[in-house]
Design a protein around this ligand. Structure first.
Ligand code: IMP
Length: 424
């Protein structure tokens, strides 16, 4: 009986999908605990690339149960497209379940996400416009008749709930944003084609999660990353859920003492999509090189990601917030060509030194990273299979990352394929 949490230690896109896929091989179940199709996981299996936004990366192991728990939110059309896409490539998806309590991202949530972003003007967050914020807002506002997955099981219930929802939403859409109201019939028609595909997967998953935990290893998969967390991220430039390890308990109903490992996934450098402070961001040729070598373009929106050096202050803070027991270092090979690598090990604000990210987020825009320089290895790591075989410079770099996080290295990834992973 064991539960492991996989959590992003930065601003998302750390490579959690690949690590989840590896852990899924021996897991009884992989459970996603928060977020929706704002995420983007890329997994490469035998040269084949799989891009998923919603379904846990564990789906590629047919003996592993994959669950979207109650903390997630589901766009039925996205779920349908992913199930059909996987079926076309030979994966049955019979091992996929989604909680009756997961809230549904409806077409009006997507419309509201777009309108809200527009109304924020130059303070826009840069959301993925997938309806994430408005769906979680309805959930926490306890909006009467908010639609959950169980409500998709019956057409009449669903139609009447859409009517009720639009009675409120159209007031907002018209009066606050001056936009065209939505038609209930059209909203129903938009999601209707997904219903037959999605319905067989809707389940009361409490028992499934418990059985998986009692009979083997449960992997709880987070989306996004620590600094996009609603409470612990760089608010308001965050997502509307809880990617931190604590969110795994909230989103799945697995209690904190049942979690024995928390693996913080950390890219060997830093990226961020959307707006918000980013102390180690590079606006030069090095930043461009990292973007090109790391193919740092959003899986969900295609936006170029902002790139920068590893932020050791953020890593230390993330390791603390998540009680990380180990780090999985990803994309180390992206640094292969660098002559010198910089790592921020502290921040300075008005001459004062900070070892962890300040809680007062107004200060984050003011910080000056204090950099440590390390020599690069300037050779390809993509075929290295053991830490001992790494050039000394690369070995020193990963050891420094573990030191900053104050925990062990769980694995080091040196390429996109499953076998380009050194597991310790
Ligand atoms: P939302 O989650 O679509 O509301 O977007 C809120 C913020 O989180 C925006 O800055 C997005 O770019 C960012 N974000 C959401 N999901 C991801 C992700 O999977 N990776 C990286 N950034 C993300």
């Amino acid at each position: 009986m064991a539960a492991k949490v996989i959590v992003g230690a930065q601003w998302g896109d750390e490579g959690k999908g690949k690590i989840t896929d590896i852990m899924a091989e021996t897991a009884t179940a992989v459970v996603r605990y928060q977020g929706g199709n704002n995420a983007g996981h890329t997994v490469v299996v035998n040269g084949d690339e799989f891009k998923l936004h919603l379904i846990p990366s564990g789906i590629l192991h047919e003996d592993t149960l994959c669950i979207m728990a109650s903390g997630t939110i589901i766009d039925p059309n996205c779920m349908k497209d992913e199930i059909e896409g996987l079926r076309e490539r030979g994966f049955s998806c019979d091992n996929l379940l989604v909680s009756v309590n997961a809230h549904v991202i409806m077409p009006y949530h997507r419309v509201l996400d777009g309108l809200q972003e527009q109304s924020r003007g130059n303070k826009s967050i840069g959301t993925t416009k997938r309806g994430i914020g408005p769906t979680y807002t309805d959930k926490t506002a306890r909006m009467p008749r908010s639609i959950r997955m169980a409500d998709l099981l019956d057409d009449d219930t669903l139609r009447s709930m859409i009517d009720d929802q639009l009675a409120q939403k159209n007031v907002l859409i018209r009066a606050l944003y001056g936009a065209e109201p939505l038609d209930a019939g059209e909203v129903y028609d938009e999601i209707a084609p997904a219903l037959d595909v999605v319905r067989p997967h809707i389940a009361d998953v409490r028992g499934d999660i418990r059985n998986a935990l009692e009979n083997g290893e449960l992997v709880l998969e987070g989306a996004q990353g620590t600094f996009l967390d609603l409470d612990y991220g760089t608010y308001p430039y965050v997502t509307s859920s809880h990617p931190v390890a604590g969110g795994a308990c909230l989103g799945t109903g697995v209690g904190p003492t049942e979690i024995d490992e928390v693996i913080a996934i950390v890219k060997a450098y830093t990226t961020r999509v959307g707006a918000g402070d980013f102390p180690t961001e590079l606006h030069d040729k090095t930043g461009e090189r990292l973007r090109e070598r790391g193919a740092e373009f959003g899986t969900t929106t295609g936006r170029p990601r902002r790139c920068g050096w590893l932020d050791g202050v953020a890593l230390r803070t993330a390791a603390e917030i998540n009680s990380a027991t180990g780090i999985a270092i990803t994309k180390l090979d992206v640094l292969d060509e660098e002559e010198t690598i910089r790592v921020a090990t502290a921040y300075e604000i008005d001459g004062e030194r900070y070892e962890r990210m300040p809680e007062n987020l107004d200060m984050l825009g003011e910080v000056k990273p204090v950099y440590e320089e390390m020599p690069g290895w300037q050779t390809s790591l993509c075929e290295v299979t053991a830490l001992e075989d790494m050039p000394d410079e690369a070995r020193r770099y990963v050891d420094r990352m573990a030191e900053l996080a104050d925990c062990d290295i769980w694995c080091v990834s040196v390429g996109p394929a499953r076998d380009q992973t050194i597991i310790l």
